[in-house]
Design a binder for this molecule. Structure first.
Ligand SMILES: Cc1cc2nc3c(=O)[nH]c(=O)nc-3n(C[C@H](O)[C@H](O)[C@H](O)COP(=O)(O)OP(=O)(O)OC[C@H]3O[C@@H](n4cnc5c(N)ncnc54)[C@H](O)[C@@H]3O)c2cc1C
Length: 465
């Protein structure tokens, strides 16, 4: 196997691989991001709670805690420049009885002494002032004002777009099926042809152990943890303006209720260990459990329609910790087990991985300048092109609304398709624009959105997927 030669190949375009690709794009390196699926962000990164955690809910003193804390800090500093919204709604971890209140007080003391100083123990009156619709019976809570909600779909896209515009190659539909080291470089086999790279960074998420196995490493096993969600209609958003969490146990953080940046309220996730990293089923039992949890926290939620359900899979491993391993002698870095906090931690992980790579595996020559990129903000109530008279006058396609539930215009769909990193599937186009994500789930606009995707694919000389 020969193929194009790169300094570094990143396998897996989930939020973590995309953040690492962006990090390397700041240096004078030939880098490539290789993804098995037809688009980025289609693995674990497509289904999560969309909470930008401060790190206080990770094991204190762990690598995960350090990298999530750093990731949170960097997200706040860098995401606005990329056009990504952050809503600092804060979170309330609520105790419902005296035993939970005692556990909550211990949790508060632990996180405060670990440096999460803005976390505050509050009484029941303060809890009901923040969430008047909360079910009766709350005893106390920990208020964390720095917890935020973010756009989970645009985040990996923004990182990957930034990476590509700044010189990183992106190869989709390219599962790496073999990895051989000839003493000088790795030779990776993909259906689109081989790739040679001096250093490989495995960000394979749910398949991370299998990617490691291609190179002969077997340090950890992925144990996918399913989590199902209910998404309530935008009419429910008036009930909740903070993230509501139960008191966690060492095994499970429990079902939360959270507003989304798209204007909905979500309830989830469940937690179920499974063997199959492709088990994205939503089950009757899971939905019953979520409905019960919703009723217990916020009974009025059940008066609102459910817009959607989905399932996410956490790339957990047999240990409750990130599994980041550098092998300088083999020029291979494993970034595995990024289980429940990868959206928050990705920028911290990327910085850490770059530090490992530049410690003898790659030269660290920083570029003097980078090209800035911005993705369209999909924040509910945020500025959209059809609100801008000048853009409407310049291009009437911004005034032609295709998805009425989410207010997505033809111009926005065409912009997404014209991106240097265009969506290759209907699901990817949904994630880039919100089209078909609303109350009717594409019943009204689905055929039109698909026709636009197919027209674009025909022009680009390939089939829509
Ligand atoms: C229910 C749930 C709730 C969560 N809530 C939150 C939250 O609120 N906040 C938060 O910060 N995090 C949350 N997370 C965690 C977060 O979603 C994950 O940590 C993160 O998405 C992991 O990203 P990743 O890039 O490591 O993996 P992935 O997104 O799975 O990316 C791995 C990529 O590698 C590709 N790949 C695999 N094998 C190959 C191969 N052989 N060749 C090429 N490509 C390959 C895959 O196709 C995939 O695209 C949650 C997760 C779940 C499931």
């Amino acid at each position: 196997m020969t193929g194009e030669r790169y300094d570094v190949a990143i396998i897996g375009a989930g939020v973590v691989g995309c953040a690492i690709a962006r990090e390397f794009s700041r240096y004078r390196l030939r880098a490539i991001l290789i993804e098995a699926l037809s688009d980025l962000g289609g693995g674990a990164s497509k289904g999560n709670s969309a909470i930008l955690s401060t790190g206080s809910d990770t094991p204190i003193g762990s690598l995960e805690c350090r990298l999530v804390t750093r990731g949170h800090e960097r997200y706040r500093a860098e995401a606005p420049g990329l056009g990504l919204p952050i809503l600092s709604v804060g979170s309330l971890t609520v105790a419902w009885n005296e035993a939970e209140a005692a556990a909550l007080a211990r949790m508060h003391a632990e996180i405060a002494s670990a440096g999460f100083r803005s976390a505050e123990l509050v009484d029941r009156e303060a809890v009901y002032r923040r969430v008047p619709a909360l079910a009766p019976g709350a005893v106390a809570a920990v208020w964390e004002p720095e917890e935020a909600i973010v756009d989970p779909f645009s985040t990996p896209y923004a990182y990957a777009l930034d990476a590509v515009v700044n010189g990183v190659a992106f190869r989709a539909s390219s599962p790496v099926t073999a990895a051989l080291h000839d003493g000088e470089a790795w030779h990776l086999a993909t259906p689109q042809g081989p790739v040679a790279a001096g250093l490989v960074v495995n960000c394979g998420g749910l398949w991370g152990d299998r990617v490691d196995a291609l190179a002969g490493f077997a340090d950890f096993t992925i144990r996918p943890r399913r989590g199902e969600f209910l998404v309530f209609d935008k009419s429910a958003r008036q009930l909740l303006d903070v993230v509501l969490k139960p008191v966690p146990t060492p095994q499970y953080r429990g079902v939360l209720a959270a507003p989304t940046v798209f204007g909905n309220v979500l309830v989830g996730p469940t937690a179920e260990d499974v063997d199959d990293p492709d088990d994205w089923r939503v089950t009757g039992a899971g939905l019953d459990r979520l409905r019960r949890a919703a009723r217990a926290m916020l009974p009025a939620l059940l008066e609102h329609e459910v817009t959607a359900t989905y399932c996410g899979l956490r790339p957990a491993s047999e240990r409750p910790e990130y599994r980041i391993v550098a092998r300088p002698d083999r020029r291979w870095i494993t970034v595995g087990g990024i289980r429940s906090t990868g959206l928050s931690g990705a920028l911290g992980i990327a910085e850490h991985v770059a530090g490992l790579a530049f410690d003898g595996m790659l030269p660290a020559e920083r570029k003097a300048e980078t090209i800035p990129v911005r993705v369209p903000s999909l924040l509910e109530g945020g500025a959209r092109p059809w609100m801008d008279a000048a853009r409407l006058a310049a291009d009437p396609a911004y005034g032609e609304i295709v998805c009425h539930c989410e207010g997505v215009s033809l111009g926005e769909i065409r912009d997404a398709l014209a991106s240097p990193l265009p969506p290759r599937s209907l699901k990817a186009l949904r994630r880039r624009t919100r089209a078909m994500f609303g109350r009717c789930q594409g019943f009204f606009c689905g055929a039109r959105v698909l026709a636009e995707l197919e027209r674009h694919a025909r022009r680009a000389g390939r089939a829509a997927q």
